[in-house]
Ligand binder design. Structure first.
Ligand SMILES: Nc1ncnc2c1ncn2[C@@H]1O[C@H](COP(=O)(O)OP(=O)(O)OP(=O)(O)O)[C@@H](O)[C@H]1O
Ligand SMILES: [Mg+2]
Length: 606
């Protein structure tokens, strides 16, 4: 084989070895390379073999550098590593890694001296910026071994000022973009760098540029990830805040809805019978009567002791009837003076009398299309009665001092705690007026005649108190409840309402109201003292039956409707009690009168 052929073959084998090595990325092929070289030794000159060997080792070194650099993804560490490598493999006194910032200015990232320290710590680098800039602008590496005398750099002040000698500068290039440069120099020695050093520097630059780009990408990625994470956290926080806000608002909405429902309920139930508490038969009769009168315009006379709910019933008639959207005017007749009666009822014109400084509507005009409720009608003088009768008869009024006659459309409801029929008999109430007013009479029974309503009313007032004051709902102990049921309640429902209010307040934090809180005059009222002796002489048998019935009702209430227990207390057999209950129309809870009594009672009210 001719020598040239052998050289060619050796070179080819070496290229193959390099390829193998690159692929294996390890030193394991070194021996193979040595073997190939040895096999070809005879045909090659020792210098040539040395050169090839050197070249091979350089390549290995580069490969190592490449692996080392490309494995580093932390930009700052990578820059440090790149410059350290350059200083190590190239015999340089100083090395600098320069990157271009966004504005295109040179940014000195890392500087290293031969001792691995920053050569000009704290000072601006004493290097040739012009050479660096030229490298970056042209994208071509620069090498000079005597810069001071190099004609190319004669105008570069820094070269002269810093007396720079050997300089190499290679661009950091990513495809066509130049991102910076690697600069090495040796200030005191001329001819320090060879073309091979420059090749090495350029190779390292090519690898470093790729690694820098990668590291920048990784860093950008990390930044992006951090930003995304922060944005995600912010979105999560906003979501949480939003969810809290939505929850708060839905709570508020629910509260508003509840209060709206409550107020609607109030509006709907305030003046219907739901507002009139009681299940006792006497009250049921009242309800049945109300059903028949609310829709009509007929005058109603309500009779009942003080506090039995006369005004409550009058309002129920108005607000359940066709006049509900018109005024309900309530006036206590006994509080109007004789002299002002006419003016109060019919109004007056300006100057009609001293003090009539302007025209004024009377109660009838104010109640036009609505209802006029006149309470305490039994206290009106005869003269006042005749004035009232006149307007009721013709439905016309004339203001005091006025000439015009006004037609009025007013439903009249009157009330009294006296017995108007007796007043008529005594000549204290005009009979004609009585018949005009008493088209429908509603008699409200006193509370002592419907004791079974007492626990219901008590519970109702306790609930009302809790709602009004926003305090927890309290309950009456069975003993306290029995004490209330035993009492006669001369002030009727109003008195009971006041007592319940007092109990709710006095029992403070106690959830159950026990008898010691009950007012002494109520608590100490003995059953005998609660027995009212009728004012009018009455049949003895009927009176005793009445008392018997009340004692049975009370005992049943006190025992929660337990018949055996009640019978034991009353000294009756269970069957004996059952018979008496049947006779008096008492159910197990001590309420609901049925049968004969019911019909009798109904008749009485009609
Ligand atoms: N059945 C009832 N249910 C609930 N509350 C009632 C009932 N009866 C009366 N009340 C309440 O008792 C109090 C007295 O009622 P109201 O003023 O209607 O009685 P009255 O007969 O007009 O009394 P007076 O003769 O003193 O004018 C009111 O607060 C009323 O709401
Ligand atoms: Mg009243």
């Amino acid at each position: 084989m001719a020598r040239d052929d052998k050289t060619k073959r050796a070179e080819e084998e070496l290229r193959l070895a390099r390829l193998l090595h690159r692929r294996a990325e390890s030193r394991s092929d070194t021996e193979e390379v040595r073997r190939i070289l040895r096999r070809n030794a005879k045909s090659l000159t020792p210098e040539y073999i040395e050169r090839l060997w050197q070249e091979y080792n350089d390549l290995l070194r580069l490969l190592e550098i490449n692996l080392d650099i490309s494995a580093e993804h932390n930009l700052s560490k990578l820059l440090d590593k790149s410059i350290d490598t350059v200083i190590e493999v190239i015999n340089a006194e100083r090395g600098y890694l320069i990157l271009l910032d966004r504005k295109g200015d040179l940014r000195f990232e890392v500087a290293r001296g031969i001792d691995h320290r920053e050569p000009d710590a704290g000072l601006p680098p004493a290097i040739s910026r012009s050479i660096t800039r030229r490298t970056i602008e042209t994208g071509r590496a620069v090498i000079t071994n005597n810069a001071e005398e190099d004609a190319r750099f004669a105008d570069f002040a820094s070269v002269q000022d810093f007396q720079l000698r050997s300089i190499m500068c290679a661009p950091l290039k990513i495809k066509e973009d130049i991102i910076g440069a690697l600069y090495v120099d040796n200030r005191s020695i001329k001819g320090n760098f060879s073309q091979k050093d420059l090749d090495l520097l350029e190779t390292i630059c090519a690898q470093a540029a790729i690694a820098i780009e990668n590291a920048q990408l990784v860093e950008d990625n990390l930044k992006q990830q951090r930003k995304l994470l922060a944005a995600k956290e912010e979105v999560e926080l906003l979501n949480k805040q939003l969810a809290e806000k939505v929850q708060r608002q839905s709570h508020e909405l629910a509260a508003v809805r509840r209060s709206l429902e409550r107020s609607q309920m109030c509006l709907e139930t305030k003046y219907n019978y739901d507002n009139i508490i009681g299940r006792s038969e006497p009250l049921q009769r009242v309800f049945r009567l109300l059903d028949r009168t609310t829709e009509t315009d007929v005058p109603v006379l309500i009779q009942g002791e003080s506090g039995t709910g006369k005004e409550l019933v009058a309002r129920a008639i108005h607000f359940n009837g066709p006049r509900k959207s018109h005024p309900f005017i309530s006036e206590n007749a006994s509080s109007i003076s004789e002299s002002l009666f006419e003016s109060e009822l019919f109004g007056h014109v300006k100057g009609a009398f001293t003090g009539a400084v302007s025209d004024r509507k009377g109660l009838f005009e104010l109640a036009d299309k609505g209802t006029l409720f006149l309470d305490e009608i039994g206290d009106l003088s005869m003269d006042m009665q005749s004035k009232l009768l006149r307007v009721i008869e013709n439905g016309e009024i004339r203001r005091v001092g006025g000439k015009d006659i006004h037609k009025v459309d007013v439903r009249i409801i009157t009330a009294t705690n006296k017995d108007p029929a007796a007043l008529v008999k005594q000549g204290l109430f005009r009979e004609d007026l009585y018949y005009r007013l008493n088209v429908v009479k509603i008699v409200l029974p006193p509370l002592r005649e419907r004791r079974e309503d007492i626990p219901l009313l008590a519970e109702h007032f306790l609930k009302e108190h809790a709602e009004k004051t926003g305090t927890p709902l309290k309950a009456l102990s069975p003993e306290a409840s029995a004490a209330l049921a035993e009492y006669d309640w001369p002030g009727n429902v109003r008195e009971l309402e006041n007592e319940i209010c007092r109990l709710a307040v006095l029992s403070a934090s106690s959830p159950v109201i026990t008898p010691e809180f009950v007012s002494p005059h109520i608590r100490n009222a003995t059953p005998s003292s609660t027995v009212t002796i009728p004012e009018q002489p009455r049949n003895l048998h009927a009176t005793i039956e009445e008392i018997e019935k009340r004692i049975i009702v009370k005992t049943l209430n006190g025992c929660g409707g337990n018949k055996s227990k009640s019978a034991r207390i009353l000294g009756l057999s269970r069957d004996g009690l059952r018979k008496k209950m049947l006779r008096y129309g008492i159910n197990t809870t001590g309420g609901e009168v049925t049968g004969k009594d019911k019909n009798n009672a109904e008749r009485e009210n009609e």
